[in-house]
Write a protein that binds this ligand. Structure first.
Ligand code: BGC
Length: 781
């Protein structure tokens, strides 16, 4: 039988089916083969620039502005609070399809699987259900390990990493954060903090690497390298964010987000270097300082964002606002009359993306500003170009979905061992009268007392599990309290603990007296409770009175007292220093911190940390170690002219102070030349010897001093550090090359390097030597 095409009534229908099949086939072929070359932005064989330009050419203004917007998790989750990591797909669809949002942020510590499902679905809607399929980029504050993830490895905070003077700890912190958060699609991490902890009142000191620009630069770069590296667990990369550009950390009042006055010279000399170093190392994004500097909110400062960051510092990555900071231009700083003007100010200054974060005000304003001709579409394109470049470079167009690989290693014993090492190396032994420490493991009765005796949350501070730190029950069992860790470390001792001594005459007070009478030694775990940002503002730097009273009372029992300071900034304790036998600064050492503290107390670990900040003696007087000569205010010419003492100032403990259970000597400081010219370098050497009876590690800190400068010079500046481990009796030569252009210049008011003829000093340990830089009459280079 044959089909009669012409005579059958169905012939028309058949033709139509054929035609439709043909068209569909054609469309199918188009959508599989041709589209790549017809849609260069999706085709990896095109150059990055071509892909970006192609995509931009297809985008509507609304789509572009959407890319410049970052919204909080509360805009897309079910319950509307930070801790709810569950997607309301309808909300997400509306925001992605109608408002084209390019980025989301935030959340709290939930299991990996939950993050995975949430990010995958959010990304799926962006990639598969929007017109152009541009992937979103998810931002989060994993500040010391993947701190918004259950069961993760929690490192010490940066201030402790600073105390280790070991770049590897910073690198590992970045690496393990990447390995634990990367597989979940957390591809944008809002770290490292590159601000300097130079005002001890500031509640964010613990997020910094301390007060020194060189230390912050070295550790910041190491962190960025660890975080942004390529890992086999995921085919994309993670972006680091240097924050908070610029000058955030030195508010006059000490309170968070309050005004800062800084000369441009101080910015160039102290606050810029850590950012510049991280940018030079390839750090991809910057978050801004919410405060004002010299009267202009940084979010509206063309001088800082465009002239300095873009033009002078050469940054072409993404500039992100901090939380609601465009809004703050009008309702906090009051430099703008309304949201539209605020948006104009920020975009005009150089902002690329707004962490809006919980409204669509930014989108509406920005669209209006372009439509009214206040902002050109070219200006919008500049920012969109950077944002798309970031997404392309991270690999999100090719690999938008979280890999989910390796999540079984979250919080693995290998990762925790590295966090533990960081915590151990960060313990700073401030005082050890008559070798009170280490404690013998035979000791019978130990009384652990103080607000941090039985607290896990105090050891990790803010930004842990939740913004202000989680509730005590949320902390994993594997994270010990100090009392538990001491019991583990002293298995044959009776360990008793009390959070406070209670009021005289009360039952708790008699419990305390009884325990104190029975104790052979006291460990007082004092300091601060977790806080984050403005919540940690204080009016008095002294350790709270009830804690000072507790230490004073303990000291009356005539038994050895070990004070362990758990704190995010140095709280003044001068009243009790003389009467307390041993003092350990433990900072915020994280989940492995209690073990690190117990290891140091028992002597299983010989302390090697050194203070990355100057520990103030008085609540109203604090100057960083690299202060100007006149800051120490001495008119004693004998001191001023004494080569070994001219950096003296009033502190409880100096930057770089930290004892060990062994001793180190510094000898034979030698210089290859006593005089150099601009193009020569000096080789410097010193011999470090372990003169005590235990193996120990010494962080060797090299400082340079420029004796005379037209712009007054800091009394000394750190130019190099390295850790040296030595067995008892062993010695090692440590050397350094001083290059005038690298190590002896300083910036003028425009940031240009100045090199001046004259004497310099090099200091290491207790040794100092002078040398002369001869510019043969040439004043500046
Ligand atoms: C903080 C930033 C943080 C951001 C997002 C802000 O309040 O200042 O450091 O990255 O919130 O959570």
């Amino acid at each position: 039988m044959q089909y009669d095409f012409s005579s059958t009534p169905s012939s028309d229908l058949f033709d139509k089916i054929l035609l439709i099949t043909f068209i569909l086939g054609f469309i199918f072929i188009l959508s599989t083969k041709i589209p790549l070359s017809a849609q260069p932005y999706k085709d990896p064989s095109f150059s990055l620039d071509d892909r970006i330009e192609d995509l931009i050419s297809r985008m509507t203004l609304e789509e572009k502005v959407g890319q410049m917007t970052q919204l909080d998790i509360t805009m897309v989750n079910n319950m509307g609070d930070q801790s709810d990591v569950s997607l309301d797909s309808e909300k997400a669809r509306t925001l992605l399809q109608e408002h084209h949002i390019g980025s989301f942020l935030n959340g709290e510590a939930v299991p990996a699987q939950q993050w995975l499902e949430y990010i995958t679905e959010l990304q799926r809607i962006a990639v598969e259900e929007t017109r152009l399929g541009i992937p979103i980029i998810y931002g989060i504050d994993h500040m010391h390990g993947a701190s918004y993830l259950s069961r993760s490895t929690i490192f010490p905070h940066n201030i402790n990493i600073g105390a280790t003077f070991n770049t590897d700890n910073a690198r590992q912190n970045g690496k393990i954060t990447a390995l634990e958060a990367g597989p979940l699609g957390h591809v944008w991490n809002f770290a490292p903090v590159l601000d300097l902890g130079r005002n001890p009142y500031w509640p964010r000191v613990y997020e910094t690497y301390g007060e020194d620009p060189y230390l912050a630069s070295e550790l910041g770069v190491a962190y960025v390298n660890g975080l942004q590296a390529k890992y086999e667990q995921f085919p994309y990369q993670i972006a680091a964010t240097g924050k908070h550009f610029l000058g955030y950390s030195v508010p006059r009042s000490g309170w968070d987000r309050t005004p800062v006055d800084l000369s441009m010279q101080t910015i160039h000399e102290f606050h810029k270097p850590s950012f510049q170093a991280a940018l030079d190392a390839g750090m991809k994004t910057i978050m801004l300082n919410s405060g004002e500097v010299n009267g202009i909110p940084v979010h509206a400062s063309k001088e800082l964002l465009t002239d300095l960051l873009r033009k002078k510092m050469g940054f072409d990555g993404v500039i992100l606002t901090d939380w609601a900071d465009i809004q703050k231009l009008y309702d906090y700083h009051r430099t703008a009359r309304d949201y539209d003007e605020a948006t104009f100010q920020a975009i005009d200054a150089g902002v690329d993306m707004s962490m809006t974060p919980d409204s669509l005000n930014f989108n509406e304003s920005l669209i209006k500003l372009v439509q009214n001709g206040n902002i050109t579409e070219n200006r919008i394109n500049e920012s969109v170009r950077r944002i798309l470049k970031l997404k392309y470079e991270l690999g999100l167009f090719e690999h938008p979905y979280p890999s989910g690989e390796g999540i079984e290693n979250i919080g693995s014993s290998t990762h925790k061992a590295i966090a533990l090492r960081s915590a151990q190396e960060s313990m700073v032994l401030l005082k050890n009268k008559d070798n009170t420490l280490p404690l013998s493991k035979d000791i019978k009765n130990i009384l652990v007392v103080g607000p941090s005796a039985n607290s896990k949350r105090n050891l990790s501070g803010g930004w842990t599990l939740a913004w202000q730190g989680g509730s005590e029950e949320q902390y994993p069992e594997s994270a010990k309290t100090i009392t538990e860790a001491i019991q583990d470390q002293f298995p044959s001792s009776e360990v008793t603990s009390l959070d406070s001594m209670g009021e005289p005459g009360t039952r708790t007070r008699s419990d305390f007296d009884k325990a104190a009478n029975e104790a052979d030694v006291f460990i007082v775990a004092a300091g601060e409770e977790p806080y984050t940002e403005f919540v940690g503002n204080i009016t008095d730097l002294e350790l709270p009175k009830e804690q000072l009273d507790l230490i004073k009372t303990v000291n009356t029992f005539g038994k050895p007292t070990i004070l362990v300071l758990i704190e995010g900034r140095p709280r003044v304790i001068s009243e009790i220093v003389d009467d307390t036998d041993a003092i350990i600064w433990a900072g915020l050492p994280g989940f492995e911190g209690a073990k690190a503290i117990a290891d140091v107390i028992s002597g299983d670990v010989n302390p090697s940390g050194k203070l990355p900040f100057s520990y103030p003696q008085y609540v109203g007087y604090f100057v960083p170690y690299n202060h100007k000569p006149s800051a120490s205010y001495h008119f004693d010419s004998e001191v001023a002219n004494n080569i070994e003492q001219d950096d003296e100032t009033i502190v409880e403990w100096e930057f770089g102070h930290g004892l060990s259970y062994t001793e180190f000597s510094y000898d034979n400081l030698t210089l290859s030349k006593a005089k150099i010219s601009e193009n020569e370098s000096i080789e410097v050497q010193v011999t470090i010897k372990n003169t005590g009876r235990r193996t120990g590690t010494e962080a060797v800190l090299w400082f340079v001093s420029d004796e005379v400068g037209k712009i007054s010079r800091p009394v000394k500046e750190l130019i190099h550090f390295e850790r040296v481990e030595l067995k008892p009796g062993a010695s090692r030569k440590v050397s350094l090359s001083i290059d005038p252009k690298e190590d002896l210049t300083y910036p003028d008011f425009d940031g240009n390097p100045v090199l001046e003829e004259g004497y310099f000093k090099i200091r290491v340990g207790d040794k100092v030597k002078r040398f002369y830089l001869d510019l043969a009459g040439k004043k500046q280079s």
